[in-house]
Ligand binder design. Structure first.
Ligand SMILES: [Mg+2]
Length: 297
């Protein structure tokens, strides 16, 4: 059962989200490579999962009864690492090792390196199928934990995503909730230009899923959607989370150029010069942090 999201808790989550975005920027700058837009866009959802939704024990990542969080689009892992560190899976100082040789924090998640990761991911389109396996296994074993699969809109151009979409309703997997980061971008441009996905809602409906659309940058709305998913019977749920890629940094928002690039490594139209990008991003986030705190007083 997910706890009631009281006002005080919501304020705490919103402040954690700003902190997480700052850590994403700092971690990527230290790494010198990696993805920026997706992690910033999905920050509110990761904070909602690790600090409110998941039934988990960071000090005991292999706890059998834990909910499973599967990250299918592994390239947005900086935000998963940041929220896992903030939740206590490993020290925050370890974030500095992202993408370094022998680090547990690989550029794409490596399950056997870091306890708390449920899968190794990177090759796109695999997560829903893997989550179906976990959901079926839980049903067979009479377990009550939930399986949450985070996937991207770009991944819906992969054929095995659609095979998985057919299969989950076949087995009435009401313990499975898929969350799509509907940020409308992928590495080469806007999804609707590269390979149109719309009408995505209707497509899932036609495949017999329970479909919910939410503002993925609104923690309260997202938590409510997950509660609705968990109280749905005999049907898997997909939450189409409409997010702003690059959320929180004005010159990154809705710009596909930031899909696979960290701050300060390239000149981007409309952005500050190379050496100024991280500084400007952190300054903007600091202002958001102060505004958020003042609103919460
Ligand atoms: Mg996308």
């Amino acid at each position: 059962m997910i706890d009631e999201l009281h006002e005080e808790k919501l304020k705490d989550l919103e402040e954690k989200a700003v902190k997480a975005r700052e850590l994403v920027i700092e971690t990527l700058v230290e790494a010198g490579s990696g993805h920026t837009a997706g992690p910033l866009g999905m920050t509110d959802i990761f904070v909602a999962f690790y600090f409110h939704i998941l039934n988990h024990k960071p000090e005991n990542p292999f706890w059998e009864e834990r909910d499973r969080l599967v990250l299918s689009n592994g390239h947005i892992c900086p935000i998963q690492y940041v929220t896992m560190a903030m939740a206590g899976y490993f020290p925050i100082a370890e974030l500095k090792t992202l993408r370094k040789v022998n680090s547990r924090l690989q550029g794409h998640p490596h399950r056997s390196s870091l306890p708390g990761l449920e899968t190794t991911s990177g090759p796109l389109g695999e997560g829903i199928s893997q989550s179906i396996g976990m959901a079926l296994a839980a049903k067979m074993d009479g377990k009550n934990h939930h399986i949450y699969c985070l996937t991207s809109d770009g991944e819906h151009q992969e054929g095995n995503t659609w095979e998985a979409m057919m299969m989950a309703p076949r087995y009435k997997l009401d313990n499975l909730c898929v969350v799509i980061d509907r940020n409308n971008i992928q590495i080469d441009g806007f999804t609707e230009n590269v390979m149109p996905l719309e009408p995505l809602h209707d497509k899932y409906r036609a495949f017999n899923w329970h479909v919910i659309d939410v503002d993925g940058n609104n923690i309260h709305e997202f938590v409510d959607a997950v509660k609705q998913a968990n109280s749905t019977h005999q049907q898997p749920t997909v939450i189409i989370a409409h997010t702003v890629p690059g959320k929180g940094v004005s010159f990154m928002e809705n710009r596909f150029e930031w899909h696979g690039m960290p701050p300060d490594t390239s000149e981007v139209l409309g952005a500050p010069p190379k050496g100024e990008q991280a500084k400007k991003a952190l300054l903007e986030l600091k202002m958001i942090r102060e505004t958020t705190k003042n609103q919460h007083k």
